[in-house]
Design a protein. Structure first.
Length: 463
């Protein structure tokens, strides 16, 4: 077998990709090989991990991860100084002006060697509840407690626990949205996914009344959405978000609110407040509002794998039961460190610094893309992405995939927009409506973002 490639997961962790050569495949199972990477085209190979056994399915890498795999084919390595990763789904993780110093020591206690609670340690659960009450529920009679919080090793695991905990339900989801939702809905077969299209000409937004009508007509029992939205950067907030939460309450539709970018709001510049549906919940144990967030994006610690769910106590119990077989609970020392990160003064200092730094990067990215003739629909307000159309560029680079491959020649990574065309079980055939979109990340430090945009501008001029 060839040496394993170390592939950094664009949205967090690290995985190993094992390229198999024809020679390496055991002849006894050769007949069952569906794909061999030496005879697959690059695009086939990046869209499908090899299945070398009848027992295992041919499983594609989650959308954005494919970009890394494709880039590695042409020399990209994580941390390689010559490459600029405008595809990355992680915020810069180094020191940031105005932010507290990066946490640099994890302490181990003798009890850390034992299993911890599946739902997380009580002290962190209390700290998360207090964080939500402080930011979003001041003056409200119904307050979150530790019983409303479960901690999981990262957002995708929290979502997976949720997928394992949901019953047969008609689950509404939006296109485009976060790529992992496709895998979630494909993996948990009890879920019955119902797509709702967000159109570029509507700025990727949907009116709450129109949504209400869809929820009723389709009999949706739950809705899943990222807000702020990865990839579009759109944010539901204020009265609009309130209308969504009320719509869920009226229709008995559980609102699964993925708020992993809750602090990346620059609607009114860097002083914009964080956004959470927690502000519009009436009774924390009655309203079926399930909030996902964590340290991954808003506190710039994706490697810590600390995510959480905030929800009615009964839902937390069900999701904990799911966690008891899915994963067994998060790391104990990392949870203790997370308590420090959520201390109010430190947390506010971090998130304010973050908004200042990222608002500047958003401005830069929007300006530079406009100069390149890359069109943004609507006015993105948050996250660290710009989702834009390359349709007006020369034919050779006017699609997300050709643009990505052209970018590789200049050592820049971007993500084709069609990867966010959530399509569980790949049931929908044909061309994606987002074929001519690209997701640009301004997650890296500003000098890198600027360099990457310079290279793309130069690249476009060569066509
Ligand atoms: C919308 C959204 N939710 C959840 C996550 C998951 O984060 P984690 O890396 O903690 O699994 C991501 C990561 O990219 C995301 O974009």
């Amino acid at each position: 077998m060839l040496a394993p490639l170390r592939n950094e997961n664009l949205d967090g962790g690290v995985m190993m990709i094992l390229p198999l050569s024809k020679r390496d495949i055991d002849p006894r199972i050769r007949h069952s090989c569906q794909k061999d990477d030496r005879i697959m085209t690059t695009d086939q190979r990046i869209s499908t991990a090899n299945a070398t056994s009848n027992a295992f399915r041919s499983l594609p890498f989650m959308g954005v991860i494919r970009v890394n795999v494709a880039a590695m084919e042409v020399g990209f390595r994580m941390g390689h100084p010559d490459w600029i990763n405008l595809g990355q789904g992680q915020p810069e993780v180094g020191e940031l002006e105005g932010a507290p110093p990066r946490y640099n020591q994890i302490n181990l206690q003798p009890e850390d060697h034992a299993y911890g609670a599946v739902e997380g340690v009580d002290e962190l659960r209390e700290a998360v509840a207090a964080h939500y009450n402080r930011l979003y529920r001041q003056g409200k009679s119904s307050q979150y407690t530790a019983a409303n919080v479960a901690v999981a090793a990262g957002g995708r695991l929290a979502l997976s626990r949720c997928g394992a905990a949901l019953d047969n339900v008609r689950l509404g989801y939006f296109r485009p949205d976060y790529t992992a939702y496709e895998d979630l809905m494909t993996t948990f077969q009890r879920l019955n996914p119902v797509a709702i299209d967000l159109l570029p000409e509507d700025g990727f937004r949907i009116d709450p009344d129109a949504l209400d009508a869809i929820v009723q007509a389709d009999g949706l029992g739950a809705l899943l959405i990222s807000n702020p939205c990865n990839p579009t950067g759109m944010i539901l907030q204020g009265e609009e978000l309130q209308a969504w939460i009320e719509m869920g309450r009226r229709n008995n539709c559980a609102m699964l609110m993925d708020e992993f970018y809750s602090h990346f709001n620059y609607t009114d510049g860097p002083s914009s407040p964080p956004v959470s549906s927690a502000a519009y919940v009436n009774d924390v144990n009655e309203d079926e509002v399930v909030i996902f967030d964590g340290l991954t994006k808003c506190f710039r610690y994706p490697g810590w794998r600390i995510g959480w769910v905030v929800a009615p106590e009964s839902i937390i119990q069900t999701m904990t039961a799911a966690g008891s077989f899915v994963d067994g609970g998060p790391s104990r020392p990392m949870q203790r460190a997370a308590i420090d990160i959520l201390k109010p003064e430190r947390a506010d200092q971090e998130t304010n610094a973050l908004r200042h730094a990222f608002a500047a990067k958003q401005n830069l990215t929007l300006e530079r893309l406009a100069d390149m003739g890359i069109k943004v629909h609507g006015q993105p307000q948050g996250t660290f992405y710009v989702y834009a159309s390359v349709a007006d560029l020369p034919d050779a680079i006017n699609a997300g995939t050709s643009f990505m491959h052209a970018g590789f020649k200049h050592q820049v990574l971007t993500v084709p927009g069609e990867y966010f065309d959530v399509n569980p079980n790949r049931e929908r055939q044909g061309t994606s409506p987002f074929e001519q979109f690209v997701r640009f990340s301004f997650g890296p430090p500003i000098d890198k973002v600027e360099q990457g945009l310079d290279r793309l501008a130069k690249m476009i001029k060569t066509y």
